[in-house]
Design a protein around this ligand. Structure first.
Ligand code: MSP
Length: 513
């Protein structure tokens, strides 16, 4: 049986349309999912929408609609956008679905049975944009405004059920300290550790003044706090607590890819909830950075907001894979990122002028000089050949390591660097001159062979980032990836006599739609 791999995105609030931040997280998760799939693993990839909470209620009221109608409309928009940019999720969960609701209620029942939930009263600050309780000190330090949205915090005073978070905090802290890979990147892990050491109160997990949510099984006048509801999705979608939990038993624990502003919920609340349930903790939690635009915070009013329309325009003009490549290469995974037109153009040129050009000239030359059949590498290798062979042979290990260490930027750029070196190799060895001299026929064969092997490996390595273009490029080389793993493809060479297909520019600029 194949090794299983479970990976998730956050579930997004469908109070508006998806934008660059959502697309980025989903694309990075998709790239990881595709890499593991290519390695032959049995991948389960979950995304979805987080549909309860005060934020949905307020946005719906402002728009003169109901939360359910707003969620129905936007959940569909999220689904469609993910299809347009090549996301290969195996499931999409909505927290308003029956399967989720029933399983969340079962989770609460189990926590109640463990005496981890008790009735108390909450008085304090709430950040309605983040759906987050804020301590007096944090509130004061931020001038009683949300550090994320800048909007005023709201004062809550009401009866509420509490989860005994404090009881689990020492265990959570110990776990994070003893498992350095659990929360990544390291700088964020350290932030979590410091905050945990400062001490954490029990968590208010129900709202009696809100009707839009999942009723508590033990007191239906209350609905479940939206974060407890939302975090549960990672296991409710696998059937946890339902009559059929086979997916849960097969795939859990998984890897969570999230944005840095929601790390606390994932690194502290979620493990504590799982400890209460007596279930295994996630394998890893990776928090990525935030996008700005041309050095400024993205906002609708400043007109620099990369919204869904802009994403569609870019994908329509340059292709979905160019958009994916740009996002992944824009900064190291975990750091903040900045969307600039100049950087986008540079990134597109790497695809068109480095990768695409390398493929195209290799196919053209082999077509012209060797009737489209890959010639054998002949004679002793020169230093320049050795250098290219070494780089080609190292690529599989380097790319695998990059993926396993969440260095997505390197995973995307290493193959491009190989293509760049191959272009330099072709420039330096001057096949068009070799072709004129019959005595250089062997040398020409070697140059053509090594160039073809290099571009083939570069394309295979790019399959997770460029799922359609890499496969299209490989088809031009007449290489099928059907049923083959990363290791098999990277370990293979194009045999002498292998007939190439027809070369076509891989990244033509498309007509603006
Ligand atoms: N519903 C919660 C998550 C619950 S998970 C159990 C939520 N939703 S959200 O719609 O606000 O989406 C948050 C995620 O979107 C972030 O974690 C991040 O992945 C992504 N981003 C939103 N804006 C972003 C940027 N400007 N830049 C990068 N990603 C950001 O929080």
């Amino acid at each position: 049986m194949n090794k299983t791999y479970y990976i998730t995105t956050p579930i997004y609030y469908p109070n508006g349309e998806p934008h660059l931040g959502h697309a980025y997280c989903t694309v990075c998760t998709d790239v990881l999912a595709r890499f593991h799939k290519l390695c032959g693993e049995d991948v389960h990839f979950l995304t979805g929408t987080d549909e309860h909470g005060i934020k949905m209620v307020k946005t719906a009221a402002q728009l003169g609609t109901e939360p359910r109608a707003l969620a129905d409309k936007n959940a569909q928009v999220f689904r469609e956008l993910w299809q347009e940019i090549g996301i290969c999720n195996t499931d999409f969960i909505r927290t308003t679905e029956q399967r989720h609701r029933e399983s969340v209620q079962e989770i609460i029942r189990r926590m109640v049975a463990r005496d981890d939930i008790y009735l108390g009263s909450y008085e304090g600050w709430y950040d309605e944009g983040q759906e987050e309780f804020v301590t007096e000190t944090e509130a004061k330090n931020n001038d009683y405004r949300s550090p994320i949205s800048g909007r005023p915090l709201v004062r809550y005073k009401e009866n509420s059920y509490f989860f005994r978070l404090g009881k689990y905090v020492p265990q959570v802290l110990k776990y994070i300290e003893e498992h350095p890979d659990f929360v990544q990147p390291e700088s964020r892990r350290n932030e979590v550790i410091s905050k945990l050491r400062a001490g954490v109160d029990d968590l208010s997990i129900s709202r009696a003044t809100l009707k839009w949510g999942i009723p508590l099984p033990n007191d239906p006048e209350h609905v479940v706090y939206v974060w407890m509801d939302a975090l549960s999705n990672y296991i409710t979608a696998l059937g946890y607590g339902s009559g059929d939990d086979s997916l849960y038993r097969k795939y859990w624990p998984g890897v969570h890819i999230i944005g840095k502003e929601i790390l606390w919920f994932h690194a502290v609340y979620w493990p504590a909830m799982l400890m209460s349930l007596g279930e295994p903790l996630p394998k890893q939690i990776f928090a990525h950075g935030w996008w700005t635009s041309e050095g400024k915070k993205m906002s609708k009013s400043m007109g620099n907001f990369i919204d869904m329309q802009k994403l569609r325009d870019v994908a329509g003009t340059y292709g979905q894979d160019a958009l994916r490549y740009y996002m992944v290469r824009a900064a190291s995974f975990g750091s903040d990122l900045d969307w600039t037109e100049a950087d986008f153009n540079k990134s597109f040129n790497e695809l068109a002028n480095v990768l695409g050009n390398c493929l195209n000239r290799t196919i053209k030359m082999i077509g012209k000089y060797r009737e489209g059949k890959v010639p054998d590498s002949q004679g002793a290798l020169e230093a320049i050949d050795q250098a290219l062979v070494e780089k080609t042979n190292k690529l599989a290990d380097e790319v695998r390591k990059a993926y396993l260490e969440y260095d997505l930027q390197a995973a995307a750029m290493l193959p491009i660097e190989l293509a760049r070196q191959t272009n330099g190799y072709i420039d330096a060895t001057e096949p068009f001159k070799l072709a004129k001299d019959p005595e250089k026929a062997q040398r020409l064969s070697t140059v053509l062979n090594l160039s073809a092997q290099a571009i083939m490996k570069a394309l295979v390595s790019l399959i997770p980032v460029l799922p359609s273009k890499a496969v299209e490029g490989l088809a031009q080389l007449n290489v099928s990836i059907e049923g083959k793993t990363f290791d098999e493809l990277m370990g293979a060479t194009l045999p002498a006599g292998h007939q190439l297909g027809e070369g076509k520019p891989l990244f033509p600029k498309l007509e603006r739609k």
